[in-house]
Design a binder for this molecule. Structure first.
Ligand code: ADP
Ligand code: MG
Length: 611
């Protein structure tokens, strides 16, 4: 029984108000999860203070020391203690939580850090002759003292989590914490191209080692953004990206996105920002995937740095303590903007294939090192194509020359002007490669890949209108399927009829194919159905109808394409080139591989050592 009141049992819990120190330690668990999250909060504070240069140092993966110094507006002497109090912020007055223009607004970061480490803030505002400094250690606020300082703020956080040893155990190795720090700094540096950043590892003491450095970029936003992205994502990205600048219902999308021919094997370089805030938002990443689904299949991921901006009232950034996720008031607008903005930009990128393709081509053409076996250039399927023959030509001269000239199917065509972007067809070699002459170079087109893309684009257009036109087979084709395949196919029958594919049950597990898409002409319907079955098996039910649709169309297109091996007449080849020029996305096949490569005369001269 309770000593003060014998009527209250001892084991009933009593509600108490937590003291500030405990409340701060709890908040710290959410806001300061690891060194990189502390750095994120400190750098964001510096950006909010309109700094133009931010220097960041850390030691031992940030576990023993973090220091962020800025040249922002500083904290006045009489507000230093307030800055360290919980829920004290200069950024909002609390009246409008939906109208937030700064990174910070919760007023939790500094008190949280002071609760779980040794935090020292030194700051000076322009009007003051001298700065002030104060230290908080495990929640105990020390004395506010005058201190010499330049205008701006320096925050030092030592021995993170020394006051909460249990949390220390959750930290990873110094190396992986350092990796997380670099990632955070890069993301913030992308969002603020006009601000200069330096990141140093000072584990060894002294000046330390510069891990990352980006000087302030000048000029208008796109130029600055492009310069900063070159610095962070590399010059290959900078040369193989397209500019994105779209708007929908007052929401804007800007930034740069890679051409489909420049992609990565994992989603490691997809940077998305909402109102300047780096986010890892599932919905937006999903929209990104949808935008590229037409060009990239099979585990390839575009590289992007994209910035969504809207009135702060239209997006809630307060759903996650570290603000990594956001909630749009109209999620459909954000998704639509992302998908259509990117597709539009990619369409304008037109038939451009990435320069990495041309470089790879040049690499392949380079005279072989006698001691090395010939390198094999991976292009689209039938990879035993013309280029490998070029090696044979170099190794076994006489024989290959005969081989070569004997295989030029089409003689030179004289009457087409060469000033089209893809030039005038001059020959077809190895029954799949069209050689065309442009004003300043040579284009090699993979006719199968190119045609596949053109058919696909046409199918998509038909689909967008009234569905794909069908053509009845004179004699229906009958295929025997397994139980499971038959069920899968019949489940999709209605969907498939919109693609111009009419199928019916034909007793047991047999299916009759009655109609195929007219645009394809004569096709091997059985092979096409088997391919579609593979595609249906691959497609997870969670994918959107649009994604499924495109995957299936792309399979269908494969079947209607001019197969490699078909000999083409001169007019046919030129018609294909003209159609490619007029068709968006024709620079890549449906799998993101290039449909053509271009060699400039200057490249050719380099190959022959003329320059
Ligand atoms: P929040 O950023 O959510 O306001 P913080 O705890 O991060 O909360 O910071 C509290 C306050 O301290 C800020 O509102 C700001 O007024 C001040 N402050 C923090 N860091 C800086 C800085 N680097 N420069 C100027 N003022 C700062
Ligand atoms: Mg803050």
């Amino acid at each position: 029984m309770n000593a003060e009141n014998p009527n209250i049992p001892l084991d009933r819990p009593v509600i108490r108000q937590l003291d500030d120190a405990a409340a701060n330690r709890i908040a710290a668990g959410e806001v300061v999860e690891r060194p990189s999250s502390a750095i994120k909060e400190l750098v964001e504070n510096a950006i909010d203070a309109r700094a133009t240069r931010i220097d960041i140092s850390y030691a031992d993966g940030g576990k023993t020391l973090i220091r962020v110094t800025d040249d922002g507006h500083g904290i006045p002497h009489d507000q230093m203690i307030l800055a360290l109090s919980r829920h004290a912020t200069s950024k909002i007055d609390g009246s409008d939580l939906l109208n937030i223009h700064t990174f910070g607004f919760r007023g939790e970061a500094l008190p949280s850090m002071g609760a779980v480490g040794r935090l020292t803030i030194t700051s000076r505002v322009a009007e003051a002759d001298i700065g002030s400094t104060i230290t908080v250690n495990g929640g105990d606020i020390g004395l506010l003292k005058p201190a010499p300082a330049t205008v701006g703020t320096a925050v030092e956080l030592r021995d993170l989590f020394h006051a909460t040893p249990a949390r220390l155990k959750f930290l990873r190795t110094d190396r992986s914490e350092a990796g997380a720090i670099l990632d955070v700094v890069k993301r913030l540096a992308m969002a603020e191209p006009h601000v200069g950043f330096t990141l140093r590892d000072v584990s060894g003491g002294g000046e330390g080692r510069i891990v990352f450095r980006a000087d302030p970029e000048n000029g208008e936003l796109f130029a600055a953004m492009h310069g900063r992205l070159r610095k962070i994502l590399g010059s290959e990205f900078a040369e193989n990206c397209i500019r994105v600048d779209a708007e929908r219902e007052g929401m804007t999308l800007t930034g740069y996105a890679s051409l489909p021919t420049y992609s990565r094997g994992a989603a490691v370089a997809q940077y998305i920002f909402v109102n300047g805030r780096p986010v890892k938002d599932k919905a937006l990443l999903g929209a990104l995937r949808a935008a590229y689904s037409d060009f990239l299949h099979g585990g390839r991921y575009p590289v992007v740095a994209l910035f969504v901006e809207c009135d702060p009232e239209r997006v809630d950034v307060n759903v996650h303590p570290a603000k990594a996720e956001v909630r749009f008031r109209e999620p459909g607008v954000a998704r639509g903007l992302m998908v259509s903005g990117l597709r539009h930009a990619l369409a304008e990128g037109g038939h451009r294939a990435s320069s990495t393709v041309a470089n790879a081509t040049l690499g392949a053409f380079r005279a072989p090192d006698a001691s090395q076996p010939p390198r094999q250039y991976q292009m689209d399927r039938p990879s035993q194509g013309a280029i490998r023959t070029a090696y044979n030509a170099q190794s076994g001269f006489g024989e290959s020359i005969a081989d070569y000239s004997g295989r030029v199917e089409t003689p030179v065509i004289e009457d087409t002007p060469t000033d089209h972007p893809l030039g005038a067809a001059r020959a077809q070699v190895h029954e799949n490669y069209i050689i065309a002459q442009t004003t300043d170079g040579v284009v090699i087109v993979d006719q199968h890949a190119a045609h596949e893309r053109l058919v696909y684009e046409k199918l998509k257009n038909q689909m967008a209108d009234n569905g794909v036109a069908a053509q009845a087979l004179l004699i229906p084709e009958i295929i025997e399927l397994s139980d499971a395949d038959c069920a899968t196919l019949m489940d999709a029958a209605t969907e498939l009829s919109r693609f111009g594919l009419t199928i019916e049950k034909f007793g047991g597990n047999a299916v009759a194919i009655r109609e195929t898409p007219a645009i394809l002409g004569e096709v091997n319907a059985t092979a096409m159905i088997r391919d579609i079955l593979d595609e249906l098996a691959d497609l997870s039910q969670t994918q959107t109808v649009q994604d499924r649709l495109e995957a299936i169309l792309s399979r269908v297109a494969c079947h209607g394409s001019i197969r490699s091996g078909r000999i083409m007449r001169g007019e046919e080849m030129n018609a294909l080139l003209r159609e490619m020029e007029a068709t968006p996305h024709s620079g890549q096949c449906n799998h993101g591989r290039p449909t053509y490569v271009e060699l400039k005369l200057s490249d050719i001269e380099r190959l022959f050592g003329r320059t």
